[in-house]
Every structure is written in C-alpha cells, then in structure tokens.
Design a protein around this ligand. Structure first.
Ligand SMILES: Nc1ncnc2c1ncn2[C@@H]1O[C@H](COP(=O)(O)OP(=O)(O)OP(=O)(O)O)[C@@H](O)[C@H]1O
Length: 588
C-alpha cells in the first residue's frame, strides 16, 4: 500500500475534484438506501391504513431517488474519466523520461519486456484502480456503516446479527489478502516475460525462419504462457473462495433477518414494516458487500503494479549532470579555435571495468587525438574498442583516469552540452520510425535539445555519407518513412543514414564504432574521403576492422587486451607491429 501512497503528490492538485467524485459515488449508492426505508414506511403506514394518496407520494419519492442516483453516477463518471486518464499519461511520460535517463548498465540488466509491461499493463491497472476501484473501496465501508446505522434505527437486533455473521468473512479476507498478493506479483512478472519473449521473437524472426526454429521459439513461449496460466488460475481460485465467502454473507443475513424478524413480529418486539425494511436494506447492501471481494482483488493488483512501477522509477541514474554543469557549459560556450585544447580528445590513464566483470576491460589507456585528426582504433575482437567509444559521450563512465574533450573532463560538462559537441554512429544502425529527414536531423541536437538543420543540411549530410543517391530513389525521397514501421533498407543503407545523422550537425568530435562494416570497400573509401575533406576540423575516433579504413586515418592505435600497443601511421605500423600486420591480414 505504501507504493500506492507514493502517487499522492500527483493526485493532490486535483484532490478536491477526486474527493467530489468519491462523494458523488457515495451519494449515488447511498441514496438508494432510502428506498428500503420508504418501503418499510409504506408497509406500516399507507398500505396498512389504505391511504393511497400517501402511497403515491412515496412512490414518487422512490422515482426521484432513482433519478438522483443516475444523475450523480453520470456526473461522477464525467469528472473521473478525464482526470484518471491524465494521471495515466503523466505516469507514462514520467516513466518514459526516466528510461531515457537510465544508464546503459540498467538497460542491460533489465529485460525490455519487464520495462514494457510496467509502462503498459501496470499503468493501465493503476488508472482503472484510481477511476473505479479506489473510490468504491473508500465508499463501500462507508455504505456498510451507513446501512448499519439505518438498520440500527429500524431495529438494532438486526445490526448485532449482521456483525456476528461478518466475523468469519473478515477472517477469510485476511487469509485471501496475503495469498493473493503473491499470486498477483507472480502473474504480473510473468506478463513481463511474455512481452520480452514476443519482442525477441519478432525482432529475431529472420533467424528463426531461416533456421526453421519457429517451433523452438513457440515451445519456449508456450512454457511462459503456461506459467502465466498457472498464476492466473491461482488468482481465480483465490478469487472464487473469497467471492464465495463474501457472497454467502448477504444471503445468509437475508435468511436470518427473515427468520429473526418473523420471530420478532410474532413475539411483538418488531413490526412487519421493520422486518420488510431490514430485508430490503440488506438487499441493497448486497451489492457493495459482494463487490468488496472484487475491489480487494483490484486493490491488490494495483498495489503490485505500483510496486513494479516504483522499482523501475527508483533506479538512480549514475551518469548524471555534474553539480557545476552550468559553469562548465559557460566555459564551453567560450571555447574558441584559438584555445589549444579546443578539438582535442584525450584518454588519460583510462581504466574501465564493467560492474559485473572481474577484471578491467581497459587497463590504463593513454591517447591524445589532435584537433582535426582522424585516429583509427584497431584491435582484436573483445579488446575494448567499443568501450572506448562509449566513454566519450558518457554512455559509461571511466573507472579510473579521465576522458577529456576540449580540455574538459567529460564528467564536468553538462550531458546535453557534451553530447551536442559530438556525432556518434554505431555498428548496429538504429533508425527510428520516422522519415529519412527526421532520422538525419536528430543528429543536430543543440544544447537546448532542439534540432537545427534545414533540408539542404540533411542533403549535405547524406552526400557525405554517400547516401544521397539511394535516398533520392526512395518512393518519397527525404520524406520516406524508415525504421521499424517504415521501408526496409539494406544494412549498408541503414548504416549510411546513421552515419549521415552523426555528421549532420558538423560536430567537433566524431566517434564512429565500425560504422561502415556493412558497406562495400569502394563506398567506404568514398565516404572516408568525403569525411576527411568536409569535416577537416572534426576530431575523429573511428573503430576500424579493414585496412582501407585504417589507411585513410591520420594515425592508427593498435589495441590488445585493453591496452594501446602501438600508435603510428598505417604504413609505419605495418613495418613495426606484428600484431597490426596480423590484424590487417598481411602475411609476412
Ligand atoms: N555488462 C558487461 N559486463 C561484463 N563484461 C562485459 C559487459 N559488456 C561487455 N562486456 C565485455 O566487454 C568485452 C567487449 O568489449 P568491446 O565491445 O568494447 O570490444 P570490442 O573491441 O569493441 O569488440 P568487437 O571488435 O568484437 O566489437 C567483451 O569481452 C564482453 O564480454
């Protein structure tokens, strides 16, 4: 329940509206209790006295009560729907922004399906609970108390009877509470696994089809959904017991009221009207009492959803803006080409170790890339080249030492400022479901987060990446939708659009992790040549696997086992470094 209470600050600004909606719910249900009272009065009064004028008056009152009930319900729904939908939007947006701020390490640790199900199912559950479950959970006990008070005015003996009969049901509710929480958590977690499994198999559909492994994926999926079925059945089993116990209460109470009331009429301590009123009132109380089981289950599922939501929200991003970010941003704005540090990218005794790794991946890297220089990083697979590129935009932070851009430790710059100084492209080119133009323009992020590039700028970037020709041939040119829901492009085409995005903002630093691995050697050469001439002022760190890329760089750094073995020109290293010759496939 504590996790549900944490939503209070979001609800507080509209607490009055919410309270009014709860009062309307209470009114619309509570006013119905007048009907049994009026019925009792009719039996003991006009019906017994054959006074039909008063009977018509009572009938009209009953109709008026019905109207008031409907009207209050209508207004309540109108007030609640928009408000709870707004909360759902707020919680989703907050979760989305939080996911954007979380570190890569967090994203690596969490199944995407678990994040997805929290953003979808769990928040829908919470919206439903605030719209319906919570108001009725508040008013149901009020209604039962109100019913009890009215009953005590009719005849107190019936109240004593009702309280005594409720005791076993209450014990059943406590038993249900503890077990249902466990089942709800298991079901909601397994729902996350279902999302992960669907996502994985959709993304990997080509592999599954090509290897004929769809039955294998289906079998794995079947195991998860069967587990989900088990948890859902457990919930239904518990629900069934609870609903059964709760539903029995009003039925037994009705029988008991009829029997005890009849005895009261016979022995004279109760009237027929009182007995009829008590029975009719009990019939009115039946609905809220029976609904209580459903509301309790709903509340427990909402509490589980809230716990799952806050588990994700409570993850603290470790890569954050420094406290002195503003000061550093000012310094950066003042940086000019006359400053010798401008355009310098430096790795200063950098040690980097993944949190769950036993040894450092980078074991003391020293490297200085001069302004406008292109340095190719070459090394055996798994030696830490990608990690080096990730340290520059702070996708990871160094364990020891420092990475500096423009003379600033990257940790001293505001993240937006740091990232606005560089263009980045990865081997896996991620394109978003948007037009080519939008995909390229998003690389021109400014410090305030906006994009600032016109169509000419986009074409220029595409020219540099040697992508302009094929983009012109696309059905809608620059406006062609690409990405997951768009046109299918080849791997090399996607890589070139991703590269255009990296260069679009004419960044001072370019960090490219094997960005042309899917491109033919000739195209790669043309891209590199354009890059060098057009981006002469750009300092570039490029992970390279091919001799052609390395040859185009001003210098090459050879990496092995997390260290820089040698730095020099391509030709020079071919002569001096045996490791480099092996990496370049040169036979001696
Ligand atoms: N979260 C992690 N925890 C522990 N080790 C990790 C983690 N992520 C990656 N690694 C390790 O880091 C190494 C990969 O480093 P990196 O990707 O920088 O290498 P690389 O030189 O770019 O390789 P390649 O040329 O194959 O792309 C691997 O040995 C991998 O096991």
């Amino acid at each position: 329940m504590r996790d549900l209470l944490r939503f209070w600050p979001d609800i507080r600004p509209r607490a009055w509206r919410y309270a009014v909606s709860i009062l309307l719910a209470l009114f619309s249900t509570g006013i119905g209790f007048l009907i049994p009272v009026l019925t009792g009065r009719a039996v003991d009064g006009p019906i017994a006295d054959h006074d039909y004028r008063r009977l018509v008056l009572i009938a009209l009152l009953v109709v008026a009560v019905g109207f008031a009930e409907s009207l209050a319900q209508l207004i309540r729904r109108m007030i609640t729907a928009g408000m709870t939908a707004d909360w759902e939007v707020l919680w989703r947006r907050r979760l989305f922004s939080h996911l954007q701020r979380l570190d890569i390490t967090h994203h690596d640790e969490w199944d995407s399906g678990q994040m997805l199900s929290r953003a979808t199912n769990d928040l829908t559950q919470l919206r439903r609970f605030t719209a319906f479950g919570l108001p009725f959970l508040v008013i149901t006990p009020c209604l039962v108390v109100l019913g009890g008070v009215i009953l005590s005015f009719i005849q107190p003996v019936f109240v004593v009877l009702l309280v005594l009969m409720s005791l076993p049901t209450m014990a059943g509710v406590a038993w249900f509470n503890s077990r249902y929480k466990i089942a709800a958590r298991a079901a909601q977690d397994t729902m996350g696994e279902v999302s992960t499994s669907v996502e994985e198999s959709v993304q990997g559909i080509r592999v599954l089809l090509a290897f004929g492994r769809s039955p294998w994926a289906a079998q794995r999926f079947r195991l998860i959904v069967e587990r989900l079925r088990g948890h859902e059945l457990e919930k239904v089993r518990l629900d069934a017991w609870l609903f059964g116990a709760i539903m029995l209460l009003p039925q037994l109470a009705l029988v008991a009221f009829a029997a005890v009331g009849a005895w009261g009429v016979v022995t004279g301590w109760a009237t027929l009207g009182q007995t009829v009123a008590a029975i009719t009132l009990m019939m009115y109380l039946r609905m809220p009492i029976e609904m209580f089981g459903f509301l309790l289950a709903d509340a427990l599922m909402a509490a589980t959803a809230a716990t799952r939501y806050w588990e994700l929200m409570d993850l603290e991003p470790r890569i954050t803006d420094p406290k002195a970010a503003e000061a550093a941003a000012v310094t950066s704005a003042a940086a000019s080409s006359s400053d010798p540090a401008t355009g310098v990218l430096e790795f200063d005794r950098v040690v980097f170790q993944h949190e769950d790794a036993e040894t450092p991946l980078l074991a003391g890297v020293d490297l200085r890339i001069a302004p406008g220089e292109t340095l190719a990083l070459v090394g055996t697979t798994g030696t830490g080249k990608t990690a080096m590129t990730a340290l520059v935009p702070r996708l990871f932070d160094v364990t020891e030492g420092a990475v500096r851009v423009d003379g600033h430790d990257v940790r001293d710059l505001a993240l937006a400022d740091l990232r606005s100084r560089m263009g980045v492209a990865f081997e896996e080119p991620i394109l978003f479901s948007a037009s080519v133009k939008e995909n390229v323009a998003m690389g021109t992020q400014s410090v305030d987060g906006g994009t600032a590039i016109d169509e000419n700028g986009v074409w220029e970037a595409l020219e540099i990446a040697q992508a302009a020709d094929f983009v012109r041939a696309l059905p809608d040119g620059l406006d062609t939708e690409v990405g997951e829901q768009g046109l299918s492009l080849s791997g090399g085409q996607r890589q070139r659009i991703a590269l255009a995005r990296a260069v679009a903002g004419r960044p001072r630093f370019l960090v490219l992790d094997d960005p042309l691995s899917a491109v033919d050697v000739d195209t790669e050469d043309r891209v590199q040549n354009r890059l060098r001439t057009v981006l002469a002022e750009t300092t570039a760190l490029i992970v390279a696997h091919r001799p052609s890329t390395a040859a185009l760089a001003d210098r090459v750094a050879v990496m092995d086992d997390g260290r820089i073995l040698a730095v020099g020109g391509h030709e020079e290293l071919l002569g001096t470094s045996a490791v480099y010759r092996t990496l370049m496939g040169v036979k001696v």
